[in-house]
Ligand binder design. Structure first.
Ligand code: BTN
Length: 252
């Protein structure tokens, strides 16, 4: 493939992980699935300089201009199967938060359910998990230099550059991979409990009112009271308790 570069940054990755950089691809999630036989195993990372068909959550597209980070990593499912993908969504979000906090300790960084990272209250990254049995593909996009022109949910967006953070996309990838490695080890050794606790300690809006726009077009308003053991958002209102598994959420 003419646009493929083997990077010299392998030392910047956790032990045993491998990274391939592509100047451009359709979607790093798609690319990593195509390589399940040629580049097998856990810890295989693809970073692209830009994407021509970047995918977001809920069937949306993801703007993918050069200068931002587009990364996918292949991880092993454990015995828990389906529950893994819920856990990994929070693990990846926490790892991004850890990475940004290491890069810029004074940064105002928080988490928004299910897996967005907010900097100064605005979305700076997105995570898309897809299964490729027996693997889970964790796709991560970070607005390093640019913020998107179009914001499908009208939620405020930002970029690291706009927040005064000047790291290259590959540097962000390296910080993220090390943070992800640490969170994965914690999860595999101690289970979801400390991950959930850490996520909640950085969650935006916990205890406050929230509107969840559900995939069927309906909305639920209530108090964001918890993240349950399966990763569902728990909202309370006069009708009782609602467990929400998929939604776009907005703070009231
Ligand atoms: C979201 O909608 O918030 C999730 C966006 C995920 C985008 C990343 S960029 C790298 C990987 N490849 C894709 O096509 N999507 C994910």
């Amino acid at each position: 493939m003419p646009n493929m570069i083997r990077t010299h940054r392998d030392e910047a990755l956790p032990k045993g992980w491998r990274l391939v950089f592509l100047r451009e691809t359709d979607s790093t999630n798609e690319e990593i699935k195509r390589r399940r036989n040629s580049d097998p195993g856990e810890g295989f990372v693809i970073v692209a300089g830009s994407q021509t068909a970047g995918r977001g959550r809920r069937g949306r597209s993801w703007e993918s201009p050069e200068g931002n980070l587009f990364l996918s990593i292949r991880l092993r499912q454990s015995a828990q199967g389906v529950a893994d993908s819920a856990s990994l969504s929070f693990i990846a979000a926490l790892a991004l938060l850890d990475a940004f906090s290491s890069m810029a300790p004074a940064l105002d960084v928080a988490l928004k359910w299910p897996n967005d990272v907010l900097v100064s209250g605005a979305k700076v990254s997105g995570i898309l998990l897809e299964t490729d049995t027996p693997w889970i593909i964790v796709g991560v996009g970070v607005n390093v230099l640019h913020r998107p022109q179009v914001t499908p949910t009208n939620y405020p967006v930002t970029s690291l550059a706009e927040q005064g953070i000047s790291f290259s996309a590959l540097d962000v990838a390296s910080f993220f991979c090390h943070a992800l490695y640490g969170r994965l080890r914690q999860w595999r050794e101690e289970g979801f409990v400390p991950i959930r606790q850490a996520w909640k300690s950085k969650a935006c809006g916990l205890g406050g009112s929230m509107v969840a726009n559900l995939p069927d077009g309906s909305s639920v308003c209530g108090i964001f009271s918890d993240l349950d053991a399966d990763g569902a958002l728990v909202l309370h209102n006069e009708a009782g308790q609602h467990r929400i598994l998929a939604a776009d959420v907005f703070f009231g």
